[in-house]
Design a protein around this ligand. Structure first.
Ligand SMILES: *Cc1c(COP(=O)(O)O)cnc(C)c1O
Length: 363
């Protein structure tokens, strides 16, 4: 069977070279082998729990994470909404790092959809310390929201793809358990943390009641995330998924891509990390771009644009005009994400174009 390739002659790929799309690791496209697995997937109706490929994916992921069960969902955002609703009732509160994906990029869904509050704690590159949160459990008094859930993110996106220090996770989650709080890990990029740290997934996940992982980022699947936890929690999560509109029918067609990614695309995340290092090292040699070597651990590279040159938005616009796509995450900050469709030579090409755009001078 023939599948369209990256070089396919369609309008979009003519406008932009997909290999120079650094905006997000969601820009990783399904490969021909992954598409073949999708085409051949046995299917059923997943709302009735009868799709064999979805069932296999959920069982395989649960086994890899060392958790009892998992649920396939359309997006990481939905996995996070479900996790918050599983653990908390309206009027309850989540302790979470201030720069987390939950607080930045999910429209305060915990408040809109679930009636919850977030108690935010500023971390260092996304890492909160136990000492910062120890006093945060509110007393059982009618004035206060009830403290219910501790929320961590690993790797931490806005922390620069930061791998949380293992001892920090251990101490915070141990403290949470001791005090009867629930724990959730937003592990959209957990496998990046596994590959970068050499610490196996079950050692990370054992500290949490629930864990979310994303298939459509660096793992290269076109759609989907999963929420893992105890059998009872995942049974309940299925109800939440349905009311949020996430019940899917012959979802095996897309679950097959996630399954393929789990089996093939995890060890190769190390290549993305090496390419991130390659990019960060080269950026250090470009005047007006601040060296970033200490600002990344995995596949996300953040760098600062010197005010004498211009804003991050201006740089991103000029780059796009030359076919390189990155995103501005702040007035002076640009993020470049590495993923499976970006090869070392693409990094070099992007660096060359970045250097040229900077040398042309301020916009
Ligand atoms: C991308 C991401 C999500 C949300 O995933 P979507 O599939 O885009 O909804 C949640 N958490 C983190 C850390 C992410 O990077």
């Amino acid at each position: 069977m023939e599948y369209p390739t990256l070089e396919a002659d369609c309008g979009l790929s003519m406008m932009f070279d997909h290999h120079l799309d650094f905006r997000s690791d969601t820009a990783a496209w399904p490969s021909a082998e992954m598409r073949a697995a999708m085409a051949e997937a046995p299917v059923g109706d997943d709302v009735f729990g009868e799709d064999p490929t979805v069932i296999r994916l959920q069982e395989r992921l649960a086994e890899m994470l060392g958790m009892e069960a998992a649920l396939y969902v359309p997006s990481g955002t939905m996995a996070n909404v479900i996790a918050a609703r599983l653990h908390c009732r309206p009027g309850e509160e989540i302790i979470v790092e201030a720069d987390s994906h939950l607080c930045h990029y999910e429209q305060a869904g915990y408040a809109q959809l679930s009636g919850l509050a977030a108690r935010t704690v500023p971390g260092d590159r996304g890492v909160m310390r136990l000492g910062q949160i120890e006093g945060m459990i509110r007393p059982g008094d009618v004035h206060f929201a009830r403290t219910r859930l501790v929320w961590l993110e690993n790797t931490h996106n806005r922390g620069g793809g930061k791998v949380l220090p293992y001892e920090t996770v251990e101490s915070i989650c141990g403290w949470a358990r001791e005090h009867g709080l629930k724990t959730h890990l937003d592990g959209a990029r957990l496998f990046n943390a596994v590959v970068a740290s050499g610490i196996e997934a079950p050692r990370w996940t054992r500290h949490f009641d629930t864990v979310n992982v994303c298939f459509s980022k660096g793992l290269g699947a076109p759609v989907g995330s999963a929420l893992a936890g105890s059998r009872a929690d995942i049974e309940e999560a299925r109800r939440h998924r349905k009311v949020l509109g996430g019940g899917m029918r012959q979802a095996g067609v897309i679950a097959a891509a996630a399954l393929w990614a789990l089996e093939h695309n995890i060890p190769r995340l190390a290549e993305d990390h090496a390419n991130a290092r390659r990019l960060a090292d080269a950026l250090g040699g470009i005047e007006a771009l601040e060296p970033t070597a200490e600002r990344f651990d995995t596949n996300l590279v953040f760098f600062r644009v010197d005010p004498s040159w211009g804003t991050a938005a201006a740089l991103v616009e000029r780059l796009a005009g030359r076919g390189v796509r990155m995103i501005a995450t702040g007035p002076r900050t640009v993020r470049a994400s590495l993923h499976l469709d970006i090869r070392p030579e693409d990094v070099d090409r992007a660096v060359e174009i970045l250097g040229a755009v900077i040398a042309e001078g301020p916009p």
